[in-house]
Design a protein around this ligand. Structure first.
Ligand code: ADP
Length: 573
């Protein structure tokens, strides 16, 4: 229930449109029911007039029928338009909301988020929630209002019939779907598993065709697939039996309702309590009133899945993470680590131990060390992803925790190894870094990172679509594009994590020469995680890390003499 309320709160801005959709749906439904009832009555009095030769006014009922038909058609059209518009808006809003909630979580749950295929599942869950309004809330609201209205209208003629109608509608809308669900739940679950098994088996079989033939087990594999396939068929058959049973029960209930209506109404006519022309009208009304609950079975079927999706999403966004409230301005100045210790939550070992390091504005600093040494942790702390012990990390004399995060991330621009290239054009990806970038600036920055030659070979230049996760470009080009983004953002401090990974030596040297040229004119600070000796000689300071500690620090030449790890690294290359 809690999740339903949270979902409704998220949908609040669309509430007006959602209510309008429900109203239009209700109007169209009631117009349809009234249309059939009035038509039944009209046909009866016309037949009676024909038989008895009496004259009647058929203009008014004729006009009412036409009016109701128009309301029904126009209502249906408007309902579809409004409810779908509302659904799309809700979906857009949900995506935006969950994305926004997910963003601050990413640095803390990076490992879980990547390993568990969580993002794909989240997307499916958000898509599932689009059922909530259109297929659950809307039919439930419309049924909740229309069933009492229709029953009240019938009660005007016969209370007994109204009660029977209410019972049948509840049975059709809730009872029957519930029974079907209970009967088929186990099989439906089994079907999902066997279906998965079959799909995996087929895909595996296709990929491993060569091995299957080589090891001469193809026939056995084929028999296994056939067996799974037959199991699936048996489950489908059983499920179809339940569906047919439900359909038959539905048919019997609806038609039984019409017969019962005659059984109740005819004695009333005989007793003079009901005019005979209403019999056909009420019998037709019975038939069409089923429409009030028609969409409920699907709603009942979708409800558990949709709520489960919502629960999963809310569980994710509720994951605990540090919140930053600092709002002080970030200014250019020394970055100082002072005896900083840091450990990740729920980890007893320190990821960083006693880090003491000063980075002056405009300095070029390299951080090197084996995998797991704490390089990324150092960078993540600097980017303000984790809170740091008070006074241990400062920028221009101010504790990092009190700085405004937005400003901090404009001040420090990170190019990480896991940077994402969006499914968009080269220009769009550049605009992400600087929304108002001009074509001239794009050209200039692409020149700096050595992308121009590649772009010139493309038919559409910077307007070339890159495909999903930048699949249209090579690893090296992707690095260059990310570097172009970082340069465009123009922060005071550039933090680059292995910027030349995937580049050959010559391209790497050119890229770095361009980068250093750029830095000389902008006076930006550079902090770079790298293993490439080519760049190390040009750095003002090289920080060697091992097991969370700074084990050596200095310039290239002095480190060559004093640090064996550094010497080995240079020798290796
Ligand atoms: P490097 O970048 O030098 O390879 P890291 O900074 O990634 O090193 O890792 C330093 C240590 O911190 C490692 O022992 C690693 O397992 C641990 N670590 C890194 N990120 C996390 C995290 N999000 N949660 C828990 N431990 C982490």
């Amino acid at each position: 229930m809690n999740n339903v309320i949270r979902l409704l709160k998220l949908m609040k801005p669309q509430l007006g449109m959602m209510a309008l959709g429900a109203l239009l749906s209700l109007v169209a439904l009631l117009a349809n029911i009234s249309l059939l009832a009035v038509s039944g009555w009209f046909l009866t009095i016309m037949a009676m007039a024909g038989l008895t030769g009496a004259s009647i006014n058929y203009f008014t009922p004729g006009a009412v029928v036409r009016f109701l038909a128009i309301v029904r058609t126009a209502g249906r059209y408007a309902e579809r338009l409004v409810t779908h518009e509302a659904t799309f808006r809700i979906l857009a809003q949900l995506r935006y909301y969950f994305y926004q909630q997910l963003m601050p979580l990413m640095p803390y749950y990076q490992v879980q988020f990547q390993s568990a295929d969580l993002l794909t599942r989240m997307q499916q869950d958000i898509d599932n929630i689009d059922n909530f309004y259109l297929r659950i809330l809307l039919p439930a609201t419309v049924a909740g209002v229309s069933v009492p209205l229709v029953c009240a209208a019938v009660a005007y003629f016969s209370t007994t019939l109204a009660m029977v109608l209410a019972l049948v509608l509840v049975a059709l809308g809730v009872g029957l779907p519930y029974l079907t669900y209970r009967l088929s739940a186990a099989q439906a679950k089994q079907k999902l598993q066997v279906n998965n098994q079959l799909q995996l088996g087929l895909v595996d079989g296709i990929f491993a065709l060569r091995e299957l033939i080589m090891y001469q087990v193809a026939t056995r594999y084929h028999a296994h697939l056939l067996d799974v396939s037959q199991r699936l068929l048996a489950i489908e058959l059983q499920l179809q039996r339940y569906r047919s049973l439900a359909n038959s029960a539905h048919f019997l209930l609806v038609n039984g309702l019409v017969i019962i209506s005659f059984v109740i109404l005819i004695p009333l006519v005989e007793q003079g309590q009901l005019a005979s022309e209403y019999i056909a009208s009420l019998a037709l009304l019975m038939l069409v009133s089923v429409e009030t609950v028609m969409a409920l079975p699907l709603a009942c079927q979708l409800l558990p899945n949709t709520l489960a999706s919502a629960a999963r999403l809310f569980d994710i966004v509720d994951m605990p993470h540090p919140k930053f409230t600092g709002n002080e301005k970030v200014t250019r100045g020394d970055i100082v680590f002072n005896q900083l210790d840091f450990s990740y939550p729920e980890q007893s070992a320190l990821a960083l131990k006693g880090i003491t390091l000063t980075i002056k504005p405009g300095q070029k600093v390299a951080i090197i060390g084996p995998s797991g040494a704490g390089k990324s942790t150092l960078i993540n702390l600097l980017m303000g992803f984790w809170p740091t012990p008070a006074g241990k990390l400062t920028v221009a004399g101010k504790d990092l925790n009190v700085l405004d995060r937005e400003q901090l991330r404009q001040h420090m621009t990170l190019m990480s190894q896991t940077g994402h290239i969006f499914n968009a054009t080269i220009a769009d990806n550049l605009r992400l870094a600087k929304p108002d970038v001009t074509l001239e600036q794009m050209r200039q920055v692409c020149e700096q990172v050595g992308l121009t030659d590649f772009i010139d070979t493309l038919e559409h230049g910077v307007d070339t679509w890159l495909g999903e996760t930048g699949s249209g470009i090579s690893g090296g080009q992707r690095q260059r594009l990310q570097l172009a983004q970082v340069l465009l953002r123009n922060g005071q401090v550039l933090i680059l994590d292995e910027p030349s990974k995937g580049l050959d030596n010559l391209s790497e040297r050119q890229l770095m020469a361009n980068l250093f040229g750029h830095l000389a004119s902008t006076q930006q600070t550079l902090i770079m995680v790298t293993h490439k000796p080519a760049m190390l000689a040009a750095m003002d300071k090289i920080v060697v890390m091992e097991q969370g500690e700074v084990v050596a620090m200095g310039e290239h030449l002095s480190l060559l003499q004093t640090c064996p790890y550094y010497r080995d690294l240079i020798d290796y290359f």
